[in-house]
Design a protein around this ligand. Structure first.
Ligand code: HEC
Length: 495
């Protein structure tokens, strides 16, 4: 079974969706017309329904039935038939016919999913009967996906969750005393010794996929909303005026400009990988659009944007001098890039399966990569004696996919890995040997971090659980990082 950490768990999603619907029912709608006195708005009310249910087949690429719906102009031009909208006359509009049809022409097609809900169809009909107008200020040729993204308002995280939120990213604060965990439209901060919640920081991104503190103490986070948008943003997690939310001091990292400091990137799908250079001057990021981007942090400018992987980029790492970047990809390779010459120096094919993450040794001589094959491979990352790409060590032990690597670049370098085998492991990346196997997690461990002082390691799992150990292997604390969620007692399975 391949469980995908980039898509949602159906049950969870359905339940969150339900919670959202309930919320919409109990809170009076303010932002959108929804057929209220302002009338039905195309962009706020109709387009989101079309985006969710129709754009997949009716975008500029697929154009099923020759119909493209992602710009107003194309939508109204119609497909093999005429304009699907007859303003003022929902009963005569092709779109209502296909939405309400019981025949093979039903949209979405029967084999592709359920028909739209009655109230959704009624809303579209009402919009047509009100004249089927495009909202003022939107160009007829404008990309509707972009228009929707611009208008997206991040929901406030729930005060308290009934279901655990999967963890994709975790980081120790620079003082090694706290942990930042990626949640649902928020980052949560916890005491790394006691597991007590300290702060919640609301974010535009639904998920944090990777994060790293910069030398100045600010936090760089890559994330997004699956299939909708992706971003790289910089936060000051200690700033802002905190208000209690579920009893925990919380700040608005969406609007408060003292907390949300800078956006380096906004694209149309999730950013999954991020790395900060040792001097803090550059940030590298990659994601579903297969581009490796390198930003100059001070100016916010994109210095490099190269597309060379054939599939999603899942991991990035700088060499210590930041002249090179290593990347890991779903295309089953790791690569090494020269940022000055703007060329790919190495394509590392040995995993022969999805490569989830990369790291570098502190001296920049070796690259480490790991993925679905469960083995961490160490390879030459410098050109000395033309040995670049030569495998020097393979570290086996994880029985299943390795998701993430974390490095500690102190006097005695350490690498931590986390896996679908529910363990976190510590390795000596120079000697290429296993040091510790840290167990206790009861679900796939998607995120791992080593504290900046090299004393602690933490894992974050699909069931929201965080476990902290000392790097000597002693367990410190475990807690669920989903606000308000109380995990049921887990019975130890019988042999
Ligand atoms: C899984 C793919 C898929 C999805 C999702 C989908 N469609 Fe279609 N659509 C098609 C195909 C295929 C045709 C062509 C059918 C034919 O010509 O027999 C079509 C044709 C149409 C047509 C007729 C176009 C013309 O001029 O002939 C309309 C209108 C339409 N779709 C609207 C919608 C709407 C509205 C939605 C969302 C609620 C939607 N479709 C979702 C695949 C899809």
């Amino acid at each position: 079974m391949i469980r995908n950490r980039f898509s949602c768990y159906c049950i969870l999603c359905a339940l969150f969706g339900l919670a959202l619907v309930m919320l919409l029912i109990v809170t009076p709608t303010t932002a959108h017309g929804q057929g209220g006195k302002g009338g039905v708005s195309f962009i706020n009310d109709v387009a989101p329904i079309l985006q969710k249910n129709c754009f997949a087949c009716h975008d500029a690429k697929k154009k099923k039935g020759k119909l493209e719906m992602t710009t107003w102009e194309a939508f109204r031009k119609g497909g093999s038939r005429e304009d699907p909208i007859v303003p003022g006359k929902s009963g005569e509009s092709g779109i209502i016919k296909v939405l309400t049809s019981n025949d093979t022409d039903r949209m979405p097609p029967k084999d592709a999913g359920e028909s739209l809900k009655k109230d959704q169809i009624a809303l579209i009909a009402k919009w047509i009967d009100e004249g089927a107008k495009l909202d003022a200020g939107i160009d007829k040729k404008a990309d509707l996906v972009r228009e929707l993204r611009v208008r997206f308002v991040a929901p406030q995280p729930l005060v308290s969750y009934k279901f655990p939120a999967l963890i994709n990213a975790i980081a120790f604060t620079p003082d090694s005393k706290k942990l930042v965990v990626g949640g649902n439209h928020e980052l949560t901060v916890w005491d790394a010794a006691t597991g007590q919640p300290i702060r919640r920081i609301f974010t535009r991104a639904e998920r944090a996929h990777a994060m790293q503190f910069m030398p100045d103490g600010k936090l760089a986070v890559a994330g997004g909303r699956p299939g909708q948008e992706g971003d790289v943003r910089i936060y000051d997690i200690n700033a802002g005026t905190a208000k209690a939310h579920g009893g925990v001091p919380s700040v608005d990292g969406v609007n408060d400009k003292t907390v949300f400091l800078k956006e380096l990137l906004q694209v149309e799908d999730s950013i999954l990988a991020l790395a900060v250079s040792n001097d803090g001057k550059k940030i590298a990021a990659g994601g579903t659009d297969r581009m490796v981007r390198v930003f100059d942090v001070a100016s916010g400018m994109t210095e490099h944007a190269v597309e060379n992987h054939a599939d999603w980029i899942l991991g990035v790492a700088f060499t210590p001098d930041a002249t090179r970047v290593a990347t890991a990809s779903r295309d089953k390779t790791a690569k090494l890039w020269d940022l000055k010459g703007k060329e790919s120096l190495l394509t590392f094919p040995d995993h022969q399966n999805i490569v989830n993450n990369v790291a570098m040794t502190p001296d920049g001589v070796f690259g480490l990569s790991a993925g679905e094959d469960g083995t961490i491979r160490i390879w030459q990352a410098t050109d000395k004696a033309k040995a670049i790409g030569k495998v020097t060590k393979s570290m086996a032990g994880h029985g299943k996919a390795v998701f993430r690597l974390a490095s500690y670049n102190g006097a005695k370098p350490l690498v931590a890995s986390c896996s679908a085998d529910m363990s976190v492991r510590l390795w000596d990346p120079i000697g290429g040997v296993a040091l510790k196997t840290l167990t206790g997690h009861t679900d796939w461990v998607y995120a791992v971090a080593i504290s900046p002082d090299g004393q602690f390691v933490a894992g974050g799992a699909a069931n929201g659980e965080v476990r902290v150990w000392k790097t000597d292997g002693t367990a410190v604390v475990n807690f669920n990082a989903t606000p308000g969620y109380v995990a049921p007692k887990i019975e130890t399975p019988k042999k």
